[in-house]
Design a protein around this ligand. Structure first.
Ligand code: MLT
Ligand code: ZN
Length: 474
């Protein structure tokens, strides 16, 4: 029974825009990791910004919480409604126009429901590059990507989502539309309000459109898959690559032997392109030049890898000789989340430390986790080039999933103790969501959390947007 609020929403937006049948709303009620199952009062799918604003106005008038939702790919339950049947999920999926691409300013203005991949493809068709790349880009939508300040594979070269945002359009808590879709590369006029909404995880407003900064287009890419004798060797290799071609280096991704083995075991057609090892990296380089530039990149990388091999910094390496091979290397990296999901229950630790501390992080965290749970599969991988490792823990082969998951908090604490000692963060790119609110007081308590609470109270005084996310209860 959805009640009078759903009826009011239907009257304002039309029947097709409001779902309340349990079978229609099931997919919006649960996160993809199956960690949280909520019970929304209704799911609203506006087709225009005005309808989005009307939804917020009506919900605010009824005191109903609003949970903005994009592709529902959160790793931390950030877009799942509560289970008490009071919240309205506001899905942006129908708001997916490309409003403009400006070749001179090198920007694109896109609506929140466009998937990241659709936005990348539109930029590419215009000869430009939207340099944000994450595993879930086929489903993740621009609004969610910005609301969570997504990171991904190209952060070492282009920064996080935040760095790409020049302007935003946002529906505020009273239903006002803030049109901040400025295309300016410089705009020093007081507080940067758009940056408040980026990374706010839907707790301050509903992003409906954005102006994104693009980069010159890429005409060719190559990749190398390397087996390394140690993680320390990965840092040596990273420095060599940067010294040689920092602008061309778009990704430097780490995979532990344990983690790649899960991909080889659980992902159809996955094949290791180099000799077996405990440590691997995937290197991606790109150029906007002609065929000769690409050939130069390829021979330069080949020379660099050969020299590194001679010095013992690399045990084995394979260079992509075709686009199909490059994509196959990339798939070996992108399928880690899926492989871990198929391998059983897993606990995700999306952590970052200063890059030089990564070897120590991996050694200390692995030893501490094995001491706590003998047989645990410590399967780290991730964005080594920017200091962000997914220090994921997969249940021991014979263990029972529920029993392992019951130890989540304890095992996250084991990892986070090491992270903290190394000056890191407990959430590098996935956000806080519902999953990590319990850590906020300990890690961000004091002036930081006080300021965050003050900002929340000023922008969303009635607390209608995404309650239960970011802030610890109370
Ligand atoms: C990735 O980089 O593949 C995801 O952010 C990681 C994860 O599954 O923890
Ligand atoms: Zn990641």
């Amino acid at each position: 029974m959805a009640g009078p609020l759903a009826a009011r929403l239907r009257a304002a937006l039309g029947d097709g825009a409001v779902l309340s049948d349990p079978s229609d709303i099931a997919g919006y009620a649960e996160d993809w990791r199956h960690l949280y199952r909520g019970q929304p009062l209704a799911v609203v799918r506006p087709s225009t910004v005005e309808q989005t604003a009307a939804t917020v106005r009506i919900c605010a008038g009824a005191g109903a919480p609003v949970v903005p939702q994009g592709g529902n790919t959160s790793m931390v339950g950030g877009a799942t409604p509560s289970g008490d049947g009071t919240a309205v999920v506001l899905s942006l999926e129908r708001l997916r126009a490309i409003r403009a691409i400006d070749l001179v300013a090198m920007t694109m203005t896109v609506e929140a429901g466009l998937t990241l991949r659709q936005a990348q493809e539109a930029a590419e068709a215009a000869g430009l590059l939207l340099p944000l790349s994450i595993g879930s880009e086929g489903s993740a939508q621009i609004g969610g990507v910005l609301a969570t300040n997504a990171g991904g594979n190209n952060t070492l070269r282009f920064g996080n989502a935040r760095e790409m945002v020049l302007g935003l359009e946002v529906v505020l808590a009273d239903g006002t539309v803030w049109d901040g879709l400025r295309q300016l590369h410089k705009d020093n006029t007081g507080y940067s309000l758009r940056q408040l909404f980026v990374g706010s995880e839907g707790t301050l407003g509903v992003i409906t459109a954005a102006v994104l900064r693009l980069q010159p287009g890429v005409t060719g890419r190559i990749a190398a898959f390397c087996a390394l004798p140690s993680v320390d060797a990965a840092l040596v290799l990273l420095n060599r690559l940067r010294a040689w071609d920092a602008a061309g280096l778009h990704a430097f991704e780490y995979m532990s032997g344990q983690s790649l083995d899960l991909v080889l075991r659980h992902i159809e057609g996955a094949q290791r392109p180099v000799a077996g090892s405990d440590h691997y990296v995937l290197i991606e380089l790109a150029t906007g030049g002609d065929a000769a530039a690409l050939a130069g990149l390829e021979s330069g990388l080949e020379g660099l890898l050969a020299a590194a091999m001679e010095e013992g910094a690399i045990a084995d390496a394979a260079l992509s000789r075709s686009e199909a091979q490059r994509l196959a290397f990339r798939r070996l990296r992108e399928e880690h989340s899926e492989a871990q999901k198929r391998a059983g229950a897993s606990i995700k630790n999306d952590v970052s430390v200063p890059i030089a501390a990564i070897p120590e992080l991996l050694r200390a965290a692995e030893a501490a986790c094995i001491a706590a749970v003998p047989g645990i599969r410590v399967a780290p991988f991730g964005h080594l080039g920017d200091g962000n490792i997914h220090l994921n823990l997969v249940q021991p082969e014979a263990a029972e999933a529920a029993g392992f998951l019951a130890r989540s908090d304890e095992l996250m604490h084991v990892v986070n103790t090491v992270v903290r000692d190394l000056g890191g963060s407990f959430s590098a790119e996935h956000g806080v969501g519902r999953l990590k609110t319990g850590l906020m007081e300990e890690w961000r308590g004091g002036p930081e959390l006080r300021l965050m609470r003050a900002i929340k109270a000023a922008i969303d005084p009635a607390g209608i947007f995404n309650p239960g996310v970011i802030f610890p209860p109370g």
